[in-house]
Design a protein around this ligand. Sequence first.
Ligand code: FHN
Length: 577
Amino acid sequence: MKLTILSVAALLLTVVLASGQTQAADQSKPSPAATTPRPYPDRLQGWAEARFGMFIHWGPVSLKGTEISWSRANTNPKCPNKGAIPAEVYDNLYKDFNPTKFDAAQWVDMAKAAGMKYMVLTAKHCDGFLLWHSQASDYNISRTPFQRDICAELAAAARAQGMRIGWYFSPMDWRDPDFRTERNAAFLGRMQAELRELLTNYGPIDVVWFDWDGREPLYDQTQTYEIVKTLQPDAIINNRLDLGPGNSNRQLLSPHAEYCTPEQEIGAYDDQCPWESCMTTSRKNQWAWGGADDGVKSLEACLSMLIRCAGGDGNVLLNVGPTPTGQIAPEQASLLKEMGTWLTKYGESIYGTRGGPFKPGDYGVSTRKSNTIYLHVLEWPDEPLKLPAIPAKVVGSRVLGGGKADVRQTAAGLEVSVPETDRQTLDTVVAIELDGPALDIPAMTVPGASLTTGAKATASSVYQQLAQHGPDKAVDGNSETRWATDSKTTSAWLEVDLGRPTAFRRAVIRQAFPELQRVRKFAIEVWRDDGWQPCYRGENLGAKLSARFEPVTARRVRLNITEATDGPTIWEFQLFK
Ligand code: FHN
């Protein structure tokens, strides 16, 4: 790290300006706390510092390898699922459910080895089956050939290893004939009796994870929350008990709801409201066991979820779907183990951190704690990575896992370089040491370096003509929005108008759901008088392509997917000088 005399002077100027601004902020605007991370309530502190949990979706439906609850052919018109398995078949699977290889201690070991700090089990999903010995409903694990109380065994094993344990409890019961009918009160009595025994019989519970199905939330919330607060006053509660039609999983509709729950997407940066993204490891994006032909997402994709959630100031609850025998499938187990290996080396940049101060962007994300900012550089520009100025002095830097970082600080901001030989493929973590608390720095955006960000985009196909999947979503600099094409689309193009002839020589393409291997052949093409000419051709697009080619100048550029297996979908299409 080099600090020239000029940069020290500039830095002093920056610090003076910053302090001046701070004074101005004291007088004219809300306290800087409005733009620095809001402190977590004490009761969420441990959960937030954990950053990484294991979600477990399990039940007799694992015998079928189809989605829990959703694969049940329901008859109640007030419930959303229209599955393929006849209800009388689905509701009798429990009679064959005998997961003799279930070993709660082994599941906890795997979660610990993955670096996960809490576990949330679907004690009761929407299909109504209870994984505990219940007096409130006969439709429970004691009536299976297995008989043993899964919740009791998992809670005991978790506690024995200092692992936080939570229950996913569905307030909906798509199997209960009274649910969302004029006899809903009778359903409520049964639902609350089940909740009471689940929160009474298994010791201190750390998380109560309610779910929603987008329909009327007829759950007597006041009494239901009261049950939780009375029986498990220290359990933290997510936001889904109150959600209904037209709501978002990013809303807190009750003072008892404590964190938001974006699903199957990385939550956007938010350091004011606690949040946790729940995500699947399943290649089919299934929550419950998807069968031997399912498989898992790549290590890169799953680590990226963790890193991007932490950078956004959120947690990630990563799901496994155990097999009908009670085991966590080998491919899921090895994925978890590899994530744990990464966290052993880089965990200081995740655990106990807050997101920012540099918000997620083309470069990657940042996290922070104490006097340190951790840059997670997921994509290096050709020149030094340029970051906005911060009101603190850089006093040192290091590359986690070894390597040399060069961090130059001027009034204009920071310039960060790491030799290519010292960079990591997925995430190069640069720890920048400051002369003061990193949390005092207001969060800031990092200008996108991509030439396509914000440019006019058109496409040959848009999934159901939905705006949220339009071509502009692949050039908005937001790694959580994507362009999607209609199902069964086997070729498609995305065209970008750069506004004027522009030189570029590097492209980054991030494909959504790369594990589905949809994009088989593609080209980056530029418009010429005689038509579209390729400047780069590729095959088998993965999660992220970073391509360099001879510099080319053009105004109209397109990603032309010439061969795809199904509706290709792209997070971001970026071009760089
Ligand atoms: O329908 C459920 C689904 O099966 C799964 O449990 C997810 C996890 O958040 N929640 C609901 C869908 O939003």
